[in-house]
Design a protein. Structure first.
Length: 294
């Protein structure tokens, strides 16, 4: 069985792009499942799949994160990877789908876990917002805050990989002097989700400007309004859709062996035990301390 990919909410599981891509397990928060049930469910996943890679978004409540670490500690296993991901909700869901695609390939669990950090660099995540008054994830200037109170104001915001914010005119970015956020320079597929904002800007203007290969609409994740600071939004995320390209991207990185747990890794840190690839250098002894020694 392929390595299990897990999420903390069912709305982070996008439809599979093909019949070969498996789904994702949902690790329910404390309010929905008691500790005994969480232990039983996680044990069953490990029994069936061998290893578990869980995506842990940065916006999760503290109690949910503590539950994940408690389950791993009680089970006393090194076969659970808890991957901290700092992407908007729809971008996180897109990354999860890419990991699901790669889970059926011949990558070891350690390489698959480390691939999350690599793939996140190639995800473009943003939103069309009706207000940026409560947006704290992207730098917002005083003028943008003031313009948020204008009737019908709309803002094109890119949160990842580089922050970007522009106010759109009534005819979109081209009519209001705002600049479209710079898009990816590689082939992508665009996924978007509507909140309480009525606009076709993402599909009608952003998608053609970014020259995406395809566009798909999905329901808005429940945590998106909180992440963006407003329910008046259309969230979007663009990423590499082709499994062969994702495979080559990960396979091209040199593999190492974790000096702590022995699993394979790519990059500079193990996805399972979080140990760095190289041991930190010994701290230098202050000269004054060295002179005072006999």
């Amino acid at each position: 069985m392929p390595t299990a990919i897990a999420v903390t909410s069912a709305d982070l599981v996008l439809p599979a792009p093909d019949r070969h891509t498996p789904g994702a397990a949902v690790l329910h928060p404390p309010g929905q499942l008691d500790l005994e049930g969480a232990l039983a469910g996680t044990s069953a996943l490990l029994e069936r799949h061998g290893h578990l890679v869980a995506v842990v978004p940065s916006w999760l409540p503290r109690a949910t994160v503590q539950r994940l670490h408690t389950v791993r500690a009680i089970l006393e296993t090194d076969r659970i990877a808890l991957l901290g991901i700092d992407l908007p909700p729809l971008g996180t869901a897109l990354l999860v789908r890419q990991l699901r695609q790669l889970s059926v390939c011949d990558f070891s669990p350690g390489v698959l876990a480390c691939a999350a950090r690599l793939l996140s660099h190639y995800i473009y995540a943003g939103a069309l917002l009706g207000s940026v008054a409560k947006l704290d994830r992207v730098p917002v200037g005083l003028k943008a805050h003031a313009r948020s109170w204008s009737p019908g104001a709309q803002f094109a915001v890119l949160a990842h990989p580089a922050p970007h914010l522009a106010k759109l005119g009534t005819a979109g970015a081209h009519g209001g002097g705002g600049a479209l956020p710079a898009g990816p320079e590689f082939a992508t597929h665009l996924t978007f989700a509507r909140g309480q904002l009525t606009s076709d800007w993402v599909a009608a203007e952003l998608a053609p400007a970014w020259q995406v290969q395809g566009v798909m609409e999905n329901p808005l994740p429940a945590d998106s309004p909180g992440w963006w600071g407003t329910p008046k939004l259309v969230e979007f995320a663009a990423g590499i859709p082709d499994l062969s390209v994702l495979y080559q991207l990960v396979a091209s990185v040199r593999r190492e062996e974790c000096r702590w747990c022995g699993l394979e890794l790519i990059g500079d840190r193990c996805g399972f035990c979080a140990a760095p690839l190289h041991a930190p250098p010994p701290s230098a002894t202050p000269a004054s301390t060295a002179r005072s020694r006999p």
